[in-house]
Design a protein around this ligand. Structure first.
Ligand code: GDP
Length: 449
């Protein structure tokens, strides 16, 4: 996700051999500047970062470690502005959030994602109020989203936005909802009517937060419109949507600093799970290549069935991981979204994530071979990989429409995965290193083309 920036940092640091002199520092600083600009970080923000990093490094003594520390400090400073970080609940429920944004920014989808995040990860009782009555299709879209994530929706196409907000909030109070998300009207561009409508809803709802959803693909326009909304209605947070499409990522670095309002979440895909909290320290660690295990754990726990995960873990530890478990694991992985976004969160894996690209778990050849092969197995064979003798393998090849080489390769990958799973479950911290080694060796399913 931040692949280009992280890559830039790595190049900066790798190219520079500090010899305790100012010339070397100047070179490092120039490289840093180039890499930030290349990643679309706003030029003024870039300048601020670069100047501050240079000064801090000089003060603490020119050297690679001090340069990196200065970079980390300055990135943290740029990303941290006054205001709430992540999602903050009001002291007295319900926490009321107005969702605002221009049409097409991803506001409706993001409202669904946020509701899903609060319900599944924070275990809250969530209500959505459909107050975007400008675009009637938006109500229907929300209806479908709410049904899918099983969250209460208050909607009435015949009411006014003010009426529906009042009705929803009364119900939320009476029925003890924890959070109410109000989807407000979107427009193609900022106009007075839109701002007036928002102001009216703001007055009625006295929201705890006003989030502005901006499309990261619109680059600096996202910043400009956020500034405009902030000036006219006052926002407390920004959510950058479609971050998965913006490989450069620089807009997320400068945004909070430029708008003066914290970036709270980023949308990283079209699925309901594809929303991540933007916590400055975590992001800085990720940018510096230290990974972001907390985000990974959050994301994983949201979709993986806990009971199933425990059962599989037990089997793995006993070395009894079989083909059925393997199929289950593949399904779970699919739910987690693309491998790429996940791998970016694992320390040291950012660069590899780029190599692998968007692996498609449905359409990769390896996965299709393995699935076809497993489908041709008898129940007993699925449960016990040891049963697969050469004659059985020949039968599988015919059944799955594969040749012998493909079957052998698929089996080899299954064995690597089982071995890898066992190592991961057994050795705590070292597991991650083993996993990297395995993946570099191409032993992970799909890691080899
Ligand atoms: P609205 O008009 O602002 O309510 O926008 P929608 O919620 O309808 O979103 C517009 C389009 O952007 C839809 O096709 C969404 O699926 C898509 N979208 C929203 N957020 C994301 C995101 O984080 N990543 C990607 N890839 N697509 C997104």
């Amino acid at each position: 996700m931040f692949a280009s920036i992280t890559e830039g940092f790595k190049n900066t640091v790798n190219k520079i051999r500090f010899r305790d002199d100012e010339k070397a520092l100047k070179k490092a600083v120039d490289e840093l500047k180039k890499s930030l600009l290349k990643s679309d970080v706003f030029h003024k923000v870039t300048k601020e970062i670069v100047v501050a990093v240079e000064q801090e490094t000089k003060e603490s003594g020119i050297g690679r470690d001090n340069f990196l520390r200065a970079l980390k400090n300055q990135l943290t400073a740029i990303l941290t502005v006054k205001g709430n970080q992540g999602f903050v609940f009001a002291s007295k429920p319900p926490t009321v959030v107005l969702m605002s944004g221009l049409q097409g920014s991803g506001k409706t989808t993001t409202t669904g994602k946020l509701a899903h995040f609060l319900k599944t990860q924070k275990k809250k009782k969530v209500m959505i109020i459909a107050a975007d009555l400008q675009r009637l299709a938006a109500v229907e879209q929300l209806r479908q989203i709410a049904a899918k994530i099983e969250v209460e929706l208050v909607a009435d196409e015949h009411a006014t936005p003010a009426q529906i907000v009042k009705e929803g909030l009364q119900r939320a109070e009476a029925e003890l909802y924890d959070v109410v998300l109000i989807d407000t009207a979107g427009r193609l561009a900022i106009d007075a009517e839109l701002m007036d409508e928002l102001a009216v809803i703001k007055q009625i709802a006295s929201p705890d937060e006003i989030f502005y959803v901006a499309d990261s693909l619109s680059g600096q326009d996202a910043v400009r419109t956020a500034l405009s909304f902030n000036e006219k209605v006052g926002i407390t947070g920004v959510i950058l949507s479609k971050f998965d499409g913006d490989s450069k990522g620089g807009v997320a670095i400068g945004l909070s600093h430029q708008v003066g309002v914290p970036l709270r979440f980023i949308g990283v895909g079209e699925k309901m799970e594809d929303l991540e909290q933007f916590i400055p320290e975590r992001i800085v660690n990720r940018l510096m290549g230290a990974g972001d295990i907390e985000s990974l754990v959050e994301k994983t726990s949201a979709v993986i069935d806990e009971k199933q995960a425990k059962a599989i873990n037990k089997k793995i530890k006993k070395g009894k991981f079989n083909f059925n478990d393997f199929l289950d694991q593949l399904e779970q992985m699919k739910k987690l979204g693309s491998m790429k976004s996940l791998m970016g969160m694992i320390p040291g894996m950012g660069a590899m994530a780029k190599q692998i690209g968007d692996m498609d778990l449905d359409n990769s050849d390896e996965i299709r071979y393995i699935k076809a092969m497993i489908c041709s197995m008898t129940k007993k064979e699925r449960e016990d990989p040891e049963l697969l003798t050469n004659s059985r393998k020949r039968r599988l090849a015919i059944g799955a429409g594969l040749d012998q080489v493909q079957v052998n390769r698929a089996l080899k990958q299954f064995k690597s995965a089982a071995k890898l799973a066992k190592q991961l479950s057994g050795k705590g911290g070292r597991g991650m290193q083993d996993m990297m080694k395995q993946m570099q060796g191409g032993g992970f399913p799909g890691g080899q083309r």
